[in-house]
Design a protein around this ligand. Structure first.
Ligand code: ARG
Ligand code: ZN
Ligand code: CA
Length: 260
């Protein structure tokens, strides 16, 4: 493990209905899920196949709710904004007051996480380091935030792993198959075996061939239970050492000011 680093987080809840105005408890639950998953304190590490346990990682990265707002005043680390929008898309409208949302807090001091209703099947999305300051951060569908009992929404995306996945992107991780399917690209991480494309649901281990399988067949199969695949929340359980190094490198360079 690398030296622990703690990232201050602000959650911006942008809601129209009472259901979308999720509870503080649901947000605190999300923070706990992030801290467990990034430190490998999650209870389901026992589901990581033996073949991948030696590369599984405690990344040393932790998260706390912001305690000081951009004006220097005390804050809970949660903002709440009533909107007239029934839902949002990936066009970042939730990130500006003029379009029914709330502006980012300075991204050099906070990880901004907007929570809102997203249209279609989008669970969440994020920008890697290098995005424009006003849109940098993570967006989560309100139903995906935190885990039961604080999260009252139905499975299979109700255990807080959408945030784990999106914060992975925000810290410079790609999907296991890279930016394109079909083995023409990979994620630039050596200890995640190159795989064809994503997995859904909860496959039976090992997945050696097919869309969710490996580019070069091997008995261990693909690492579908990695947080950077698309399986159900209760089916994903690891980051690797290589992914941990990549995220720590992002924190030390492009996102270094967060720790100051
Ligand atoms: N970017 C993906 C989406 O919006 C997130 C996948 C998260 N997977 C999960 N099991 N929570 O669909
Ligand atoms: Zn993704
Ligand atoms: Ca890889």
């Amino acid at each position: 493990m690398q030296a622990t680093k703690t990232i201050p987080v602000v959650f911006h809840v942008v809601y129209k209905t009472a259901a979308e105005n999720i509870s503080d408890a649901q947000i605190l639950s999300q923070l706990e899920v992030l801290n467990r998953d990034f430190r490998r304190f999650n209870a389901d590490t026992t589901n990581t196949p033996q073949a991948f346990r030696s590369v599984s990682a405690d990344t040393g990265i932790e998260f706390c709710l912001a305690s000081v707002d951009p004006n220097g005043a005390p804050t809970t680390g949660i903002t709440r904004t009533l909107t007239t929008a029934n839902s949002f898309t990936t066009n970042d409208d939730m990130k500006a007051a003029a379009t029914g949302g709330i502006a980012a807090w300075p991204r050099d001091q906070y990880l901004n996480i907007w929570v809102c209703n997203l249209s279609g099947t989008t669970l969440g999305y994020a920008y890697k380091p290098g995005a424009p300051a006003n849109i940098d951060g993570v967006v989560l569908r309100y139903t995906t935030v935190g885990a039961a009992p604080a999260n009252p929404f139905p499975a299979p995306y109700n255990a807080g792993r959408t945030a784990t996945h999106e914060v992975g992107h925000w810290l410079n991780l790609s999907h296991i198959w890279g930016q394109a399917p079909g083995c023409t690209d990979d994620d630039l991480v050596a200890d995640t075996p190159q795989q064809v494309e994503e997995n859904w649901g909860c496959p039976t281990y090992p997945v050696t061939t097919g869309t969710g399988g490996l580019c070069t067949a091997a008995p261990t199969g693909s690492m579908f239970m990695n947080y950077m695949d698309y399986v159900d929340d209760n089916c994903m359980n690891l980051f690797t050492q290589g992914q941990g190094s990549r995220m720590n490198a992002a924190i030390s360079t492009s996102r270094a000011s967060l720790l100051a």
